[in-house]
Design a protein around this ligand. Structure first.
Ligand SMILES: Nc1ncnc2c1ncn2[C@@H]1O[C@H](COP(=O)(O)OP(=O)(O)OP(=O)(O)O)[C@@H](O)[C@H]1O
Ligand SMILES: [Mg+2]
Length: 318
């Protein structure tokens, strides 16, 4: 779907200069979000292909359902290969909103089922993290986290200043794209994170982490037996070591951003991950992550110390 930006009265040509110093994924995601927004406004919310599909299947109820967005997003907005076999890629699939899982500071997490009516058993329930627009959000993670980010965002900064439509989309999409990139990066490192299925504007679809068919509890809500507690700590220590060895820190790690999926832990909530090189506060964030984690394990009866953990991570870092 190509779109002639010069036809858009809200757009000035220089906003479209794509600088070549940024990753294509970054540009495509924003551009895609923008184009979608434009199409929606132009067609009164209805894309022609949507109408065609609608008459063909006549099953989407429009409020809690939509056609699967899998084929609407750019290839780079889909999860990394090899894809788990549960990912639904069928063109005829329907997404059904099953309701809200949790409201957070910047985003709300919903459950979404994606299934092809022709193959109902092949359906999957995913977690959909939807970032709110900038007006409805607290910017508690903003300044110190983004310091030293390597991507140059001059076009976006100019757009933000101009408060163009593009700028507004950039403002709301910023954290979603950060989290998407972080999920892919951690996944590629073999770290225990939910598999990233796709990003579409401010919505990330990812693997739903469960225990016995229910949403996995946050680590903070659990009281593991001593053996499991020790195993959990080992898992976190290994994960932290992999992060540090690859020059990255979670930056908001605590028992609230870790899910206890039975025997194994899964780390979530990654939009603020920090590159150690280039961010003066990187070590402070690492120390804080160590402190949050160790404080929780100590309160549950495991004899651990944040300074020991920090020292051990640094010793193997470089
Ligand atoms: N992939 C997932 N599988 C299962 N539950 C999830 C998943 N992602 C998020 N959740 C649930 O939603 C909650 C909020 O997610 P997350 O921490 O990523 O968002 P947030 O906006 O930062 O929320 P908060 O402000 O509470 O930290 C999590 O604590 C967890 O309970
Ligand atoms: Mg969180």
């Amino acid at each position: 779907m190509s779109h002639d930006f010069t036809q858009d009265p809200q757009h000035t040509p220089d906003a479209e200069q794509i600088s070549d110093d940024r990753s294509p994924a970054y540009d495509y995601a924003y551009q895609d979000a923008y184009e979608q927004h434009y199409e929606e406004n132009r067609n009164g919310g209805l894309d022609p292909s949507f109408v065609f599909d609608f008459t063909a299947y006549d099953e989407v109820d429009g409020t809690s359902q939509r056609w699967s967005t899998w084929l609407d997003v750019e290839p780079l907005c889909r999860g990394p290969e090899p894809r788990p076999d549960w990912v639904v890629t069928s063109q005829g699939a329907i997404d059904t909103d099953l309701g809200i899982l949790k409201t957070g500071k910047e985003a709300d997490v919903f459950l979404v089922e994606r299934a092809d009516p022709a193959d109902p058993d092949g359906g999957v329930i995913m977690a959909a993290k939807r970032y709110r627009s900038s007006e409805h959000r607290t910017f508690h993670r903003a300044a110190s986290y983004t310091e030293g980010r390597s991507t140059k965002r001059s076009r976006d900064e100019r757009a933000l200043k101009r408060k163009s439509t593009w700028g507004k989309i950039v403002a709301s999409g910023e954290w979603a794209i950060s989290e998407w990139d972080a999920l892919k990066r951690f996944h590629a490192l073999g770290l225990p994170v939910p598999y990233p299925v796709q990003i579409d504007g401010t919505e990330i679809l990812m693997e739903w982490i469960t225990v016995d068919g229910e949403t996995a509890p946050r680590l903070a809500q659990t009281r593991p037996e001593p053996d499991l507690l020790a195993s959990y700590f080992d898992q976190l220590r290994s994960a932290l070591a992999v992060m540090v060895q690859n020059g990255v820190v979670h930056g908001d790690l605590s028992a609230y951003n870790i899910l206890a999926a039975g025997e194994r832990l899964v780390i979530i909530d990654l939009p603020q991950i920090i590159d150690i090189a280039g961010n003066l506060a990187g070590m402070d964030f690492l120390m804080r992550d160590c402190t949050n984690v160790c404080t929780w394990f100590r309160a549950r009866g495991l004899d651990v110390d944040e300074h020991d953990l920090f020292g051990e991570l640094m010793a193997h870092a470089f």
